[in-house]
Design a protein around this ligand. Structure first.
Ligand code: SF4
Ligand code: SF4
Length: 261
């Protein structure tokens, strides 16, 4: 969806104002749902697989493909377009998006783009994340010709992106590591990252049906949530990935005595 050629090189904040309106009936309706590459976030996958009533494994197999980032080897998941003229999205219809209430974060933001920068004021201060926005002005998108002023904050609210940003924050934090010079995921870390971030149903089986709970301490309350709450599972997945990638000791190994309980 995001072609850098059409990115307006102006940094916007939540209070920045632009003119835009997208509605059924505009002559470019659904043109942005063809011939695009949509990177999916972990929370997108949960929403979409639940919308379709299938497991995360089935969703990944039937609707997505993986791309490895060249330098870092991070796996990223993309929605697979239909193999027909114009590469339409599998969810687009003449009436619009058939999974609209569960559409991915990138579709919600469009034609706004969002970027995050990891910053540190000096070597003694803690790093923090700075988020900013930009406009993606593709020739087919006529929404910019509409006379409706809107701020980025209003756009975010209209599109319901807060929950997506909240749920995906831990994933974005994991991604900052790939900016470290020379950092590259080996195969084991790559598989763990993919499992924990993108395949929650298989990750849950990994927790409860492998040796995992013999090796790591997880308190009973959190374990209960992991059985039934997919968003808790997602956040635990990010913790697990932080541990496997060597970012933080987010998991506690069982000692010989604790393992005997
Ligand atoms: S998921 Fe929906 S909004 Fe996103 S490209 Fe497909 S049809 Fe369009
Ligand atoms: S105005 Fe832009 S975002 Fe809306 S349907 Fe047209 S191309 Fe898509």
């Amino acid at each position: 969806m995001q072609n850098m050629k059409h990115v307006e090189p102006v940094r916007l904040t939540a209070n920045s104002r632009f003119r835009f309106r997208c509605y059924k009936g505009i002559s470019c309706f659904t043109k942005c749902c063809n011939n695009i590459d949509i990177m999916l976030t972990p929370y997108d996958i949960i929403r979409l697989k639940n919308r379709l009533g299938i497991s995360s494994g089935e969703f990944l197999n039937d609707y997505t493909y993986i791309e490895l980032e060249e330098k870092s080897n991070y796996p990223f998941v993309y929605l697979r377009m239909k193999e027909e003229s114009g590469r339409p999205c599998p969810f687009v219809s003449p009436e619009g998006c058939v999974i609209y209430d569960d559409r991915p974060a990138n579709c919600r933001y469009y034609a706004v783009g969002q970027a995050s920068l990891r910053k540190q004021d000096d070597k003694d201060s803690l790093p923090y994340t700075e988020e900013f926005y930009f406009l993606i002005k593709e020739p087919h998108c006529l929404g910019f010709q509409e006379d409706r002023p809107v701020t980025i904050a209003q756009w975010r609210e209209e599109q319901g992106v807060d929950i997506y940003d909240d749920m995906n924050r831990g994933w974005k934090d994991l991604l900052f590591l790939r900016k470290t010079p020379g950092f590259q995921l080996d195969e084991k870390k790559q598989k763990a990252f993919y499992l924990a971030c993108y395949d929650p149903d298989r990750f849950r089986r990994f927790i409860f049906e492998s040796q995992f709970l013999n090796l790591f301490e997880v308190d009973a309350e959190r374990l209960d949530r992991l059985r039934s709450d997919e968003t808790a599972l997602l956040q635990f997945g990010f913790d697990y990935a932080r541990f496997i990638l060597g970012i933080e000791e987010t998991l506690k190994a069982k000692t010989a005595s604790s393992g005997q309980k």
